[in-house]
Design a binder for this molecule. Structure first.
Ligand code: CA
Ligand code: CA
Ligand code: CA
Length: 436
């Protein structure tokens, strides 16, 4: 605008130079009028009444003989205006950028200024601008209170506003209060102080202040869900069911309990009948899909006693021996803390103890409970129990097992003289791959 003013002032000077030879008494001095106008607002839409004011025009004190001024306007939309006061209003019936000029200021008793003085107004059609579309990503997709999350709103788009002019703001904790001001910076980091499910809200604003929001949920928990599948063997298909694998140290385990054989109700004994039979918790077969089958020790060992050799796990796999369970405990930092790293972070577990499961190992132990030979199903939600392939050699109607409980962080299963449990009890079976 400044540049235009300079051009116009030169025109004014030329005008007075040309007129100085006229017999015009009211302009008795060159350059006595410096034309100017302002417009408010400078930008609007079809409903906006624009006010143009020539109040910024300066008229030299020497010009005193004028009995009344006239202001002559052109609004740039083919319409003209005349006012006897400094201001005039105008409304547009189409959108666009309009060249407005104060063409001349004339005096009733002769003499005039001829401009023009020019400015521009922008009239926007609200239907011509569409709201932006908000979108964002964050990494990692879940974490703990130690995790620094990276948020990226650059997936947001707008038809009219350039990406780098779009403004964004965040409500990371979903409390309804914006945690940042609007900014064109699309990436940000945030760390959560407490566990929970959070609704992350992004608002995007275009240059015409149209907005859009996007909400995504983010979970903060102590759950780590570690563990990678075993190299070259992500899954094992066995008798029509697919089992995932997980590498824990140098051991390769199935990630789920074995769910093999024919479901029978628990009042019917599992017997040496050349058919694998299973119980399902509370005699509900769907529980076998979640927690695996429940087997008495002899059924699991195929009525032999060859630890690590003969059992119902598939070829290349076997029921872990006591030693292999010991090795697992050692890999996970000892029996006292292994259980926490083995238990799933899922809500099958009784949480009343306040113990936090991390599943750091990826073993993903679910609380499938067990069955006793008085035909009671026990402890689903509270504990998991897996057989070892070793019997108690002092009390040979006993065999050893391992377990985890909702109350503690340990992997349990004492192998002293009285250790283990009746072979005629029913427990879960987890298979481990044969040493490679
Ligand atoms: Ca837009
Ligand atoms: Ca907030
Ligand atoms: Ca059987």
């Amino acid at each position: 605008m400044k540049r235009r003013n300079i051009v116009i002032l030169s025109a004014v000077t030329v005008f007075f130079m040309l007129n100085s030879s006229f017999e015009c008494t009211i302009f008795n001095k060159e350059g006595t009028i410096t034309p100017c106008f302002t417009v408010k607002p400078s930008k609007g839409d079809l409903s906006t009444v624009f006010t143009f004011s020539a109040a910024c025009t300066t008229i030299d004190d020497d010009v005193v003989t004028c009995t009344g001024w006239n202001y002559w306007w052109t609004f740039g939309d083919g319409k003209n205006g005349h006012s006897t006061v400094e201001t005039i209003t105008h409304q547009y019936d189409a959108s666009g950028e309009f060249r407005v000029s104060l063409d001349s200021i004339t005096c009733n008793n002769g003499g005039n200024f001829e401009g023009p003085y020019v400015d521009y107004v922008t009239v926007e059609d609200p239907t011509a601008n569409e709201a932006p579309e908000a979108d964002f990503n964050f990494t990692p997709d879940h974490g703990t209170t130690e995790t620094v999350f990276n948020f990226d709103a650059s997936y947001s788009t707008d038809k009219e506003t350039d990406d780098d002019m779009l403004e964004v703001r965040w409500d990371w904790d979903g409390d309804g209060t914006w945690d940042t001001e609007f900014s064109t910076e699309k990436t940000a980091t945030y760390k959560y102080a407490e566990n929970g499910d959070y609704e992350v809200k992004l608002e995007v604003q275009d240059e015409q202040q149209l907005t859009d929001t996007k909400i995504k949920t983010l979970n903060i928990s102590d759950c780590i869900n570690g563990g990678e599948p075993c190299a070259g063997k992500k899954t094992v298909v066995y008798e029509g069911k697919t089992y995932n694998t997980v590498q824990i140290g140098y051991q390769c385990w199935m990630k789920e309990n074995l769910n093999l054989g024919t479901f029978i109700e628990s009042h019917i004994p599992q017997t040496d009948n050349h058919e694998v039979q299973k119980y399902c918790y509370e005699n509900i077969e769907a529980n076998c899909e979640i927690y695996g089958g429940i087997y008495i020790w002899n059924e699991m060992m195929e009525y032999t006693n060859n630890p690590g050799v003969s059992d119902i796990c598939p070829d290349g796999w076997h029921v872990p021996t006591s030693d292999e369970w010991d090795e697992l405990a050692e890999i996970l930092g000892g029996y006292e803390m292994a259980g926490q790293k083995m238990k799933s972070c899922t809500d099958e577990w009784n949480t009343s103890s306040g113990i936090i499961n991390t599943n750091e190992s990826g073993f993903n132990a679910l609380p499938g409970g067990k069955w006793d030979h008085n035909d009671h199903f026990l402890s689903k939600g509270n504990s998991a129990h897996w057989w070892t392939s070793n019997e108690n050699t002092y009390y040979t109607n006993y065999a050893f097992y391992r377990g985890v409980n909702y109350i503690g962080n340990s992997l349990i299963g004492f192998e002293d003289i009285g250790g283990g449990d009746f072979k005629s009890y029913g427990m879960s079976v987890r298979c481990i791959q044969n040493p490679q």
